[in-house]
Structure formats: structure tokens, C-alpha cells
Design a protein around this ligand. Structure first.
Ligand code: NAP
Length: 253
């Protein structure tokens, strides 16, 4: 969230000895803090991925109590299982869904399921498929595979949420510098990210929430650095390409 802190300075009021309140000379900066009402539900597509699990944790720390995480294959490793289990033990409602936002039917079912937990307050599209190839080898199929969760998924989430999510506060797509700056072998991925950003621009024109976040490799090519989970290979890769690992708490500060 961007804001001018000078505009948010709050006048401090003090109470004198006889009990009357007056303005003090001091101005205290009021720092905005995003929070997520526990009565609402939140959808994270690709929510079992590297970023998805960290984002879920952050939403929970900021108040969210009802989350749906999507993945085509469901829980596949111990880290995902451990995170989901620990949230459930803490009383959080976590649903792992395999409903696919690449189809309009799957998107409707997903949003209906979230609405049963509470009015949908946030939709975060993190679902990603990578099929890298240099342009001469980039077939239609490779383009379509990469665009399904991002282009089709964001279009579907946009249209269904306009109809069904009347209390939506956040519509966020996880994009990449590969779309603005380009990345060798990733024309399909760059295009897919760019389409999501354009959909968000249209939403903003229509006075609806819409935001694209652009991440780059400083977080790691494979996924965001997490000391408890990153493999030795991932760490070696980061050393080789001089990637500085950044904990998620820094990214979201
Ligand atoms: N990590 C980075 O450095 C970085 C940099 C720039 C941008 N980003 C963006 O951040 C987002 C998350 O990245 P990440 O590193 O967390 O990726 P990740 O670990 O690969 O997670 C992406 C997840 O998307 C899921 N997925 C794919 N297609 C799906 C579909 N149709 N429906 C639901 N889930 C689907 C995959 O799970 P299944 O295979 O089980 O479906 C996968 O777990 C991506 O959108 C990426 O473009 C990441």
C-alpha cells in the first residue's frame, strides 16, 4: 500500500490536570496496517505453492480466519501438510480445493465454496505453470498451458467476482518482472503476467479492487526463501546466481 505518511499524521490530544482535553503540539505518524476481517473468506489460487503458503500465514497473522487454498493436485509434501495442520489446530478454517480457475465452471464452484465460509474479502491469484522455451520452440500448447492459470484464471475470477463478491476488498495477481522487462525463454510467462496486470487496470478503471505485484528473482527462482524448507540445491542455485534470499516478512513489511 502506498501512502504519504505526512498526510496521515494525527494530532495528539492531551488531558490537563483539570480534565480538559486540548491539542498538543506533537504530531504522531499514523502508520497504515492492512488487516483482514475474520468474518470474511479469502481465496489463494496456487495457495500450496512457495509464495502461497507464506501469503496464507501472513493473512492469518493479520486477522483472516477462513481461507481456501487451491492446487490442481492437493497436498503433496510434508511441509504443506504441516502448515495446513498447524493452522487447523489454531482454529483457522482452511479448505484445500482442487477447483480449477482455468474454467469458468471451476471458478464459480470455488467462489461459491468460499462464500459459504463468509463473504469473499480477498482473491489472490498465484497459480502458475512454467513451460519455458526459446521463441522458435514455443508452441501454441506451451503458450496455452502457461496462460491457463494466469490469463484464463484471472479473467474468470474477474468476471465471477464482479457478479458474486460484492464485499471484495482485495483482488491481487502475482506478476513478475519477466513481463515488463522480459526474460529469455519466458515469452509465454511474460505474456500471461502482462494480461493479468491489464485485467487489474480495467478493474481499477471500473472502481473495483485490483492490484498486480511484480516480484523478481531476488526472492529465488524456485520459490521464496524459507529456512525450514529450502533444499540444498535451491541454496546452491542462489549462490551460483548471487541471488540474495529475502524472507517473506521483509517482502511484506
Ligand atoms: N518465486 C518467485 O521468485 C516469483 C517471482 C516472480 C513472480 N512470482 C509469481 O508468484 C506466484 C507464486 O510463485 P511460487 O514461487 O509460489 O510458485 P510455485 O511454488 O510453483 O506455486 C505455484 C502453484 O500454482 C499451482 N497451480 C498451477 N496451476 C494451477 C491451477 N490451474 N489452479 C490452481 N493451482 C495451480 C501449482 O500447484 P499444482 O501443481 O498442485 O496445481 C503450484 O503449487 C506465481 O504466480 C509467480 O508467477 C514468483
Amino acid at each position: 500500500m502506498c501512502c504519504d505518511l505526512r498526510q496521515l499524521c494525527l494530532p495528539l490530544q492531551v488531558c490537563d490536570e483539570v480534565g480538559s482535553v486540548r491539542d498538543a503540539d506533537t504530531l504522531l505518524p499514523a502508520i497504515p496496517r492492512t488487516s483482514f476481517p475474520p468474518t470474511k473468506s479469502y481465496i489463494i489460487t496456487g495457495g500450496l505453492g512457495g509464495f502461497g503458503l507464506e501469503l496464507a500465514q501472513w493473512l492469518i497473522e493479520r486477522g483472516a480466519r477462513n481461507l481456501i487454498l487451491t492446487s490442481r493436485s492437493g497436498i503433496r509434501n510434508g511441509y504443506q501438510a504441516k502448515q495446513v495442520q498447524s493452522w487447523k489446530e489454531a482454529g483457522i478454517t482452511i479448505v484445500v480445493s482442487t477447483k480449477d480457475v482455468a474454467s469458468i465452471g471451476g471458478t464459480r464452484q470455488l467462489i461459491d465454496a468460499a462464500s459459504q465460509l463468509g463473504p469473499v474479502g480477498g482473491i489472490f491469484n498465484l497459480a502458475m505453470v512454467l513451460k519455458d522455451a526459446m521463441i522458435e520452440n514455443l508452441s501454441t500448447k506451451l503458450f496455452q498451458d502457461v496462460n491457463k492459470p494466469k490469463y484464463d484464471g484471472t479473467l474468470n475470477l474477474d468476471s465471477v467476482s464482479r457478479e458474486k463478491c460484492l464485499e471484495l476488498d482485495h483482488f491481487v495477481v502475482f506478476s513478475s518482472v519477466s513481463c515488463g522487462r522480459g526474460n529469455a525463454g519466458q515469452s509465454n510467462y511474460g505474456f500471461a503476467n502482462s494480461t493479468m496486470e491489464r485485467i487489474c487496470e480495467k478493474r481499477r478503471q471500473d472502481n473495483l479492487p485490483g492490484m498486480g505485484t511484480c516480484y523478481r528473482k531476488c526472492i529465488s527462482r524456485f520459490r521464496i526463501y524459507h529456512p525450514a524448507r529450502d533444499t540444498l540445491n535451491c541454496k546452491l542455485y542462489m549462490m551460483q546466481y548471487r541471488i540474495v534470499p529475502v524472507p517473506f516478512s521483509v517482502v511484506t513489511a
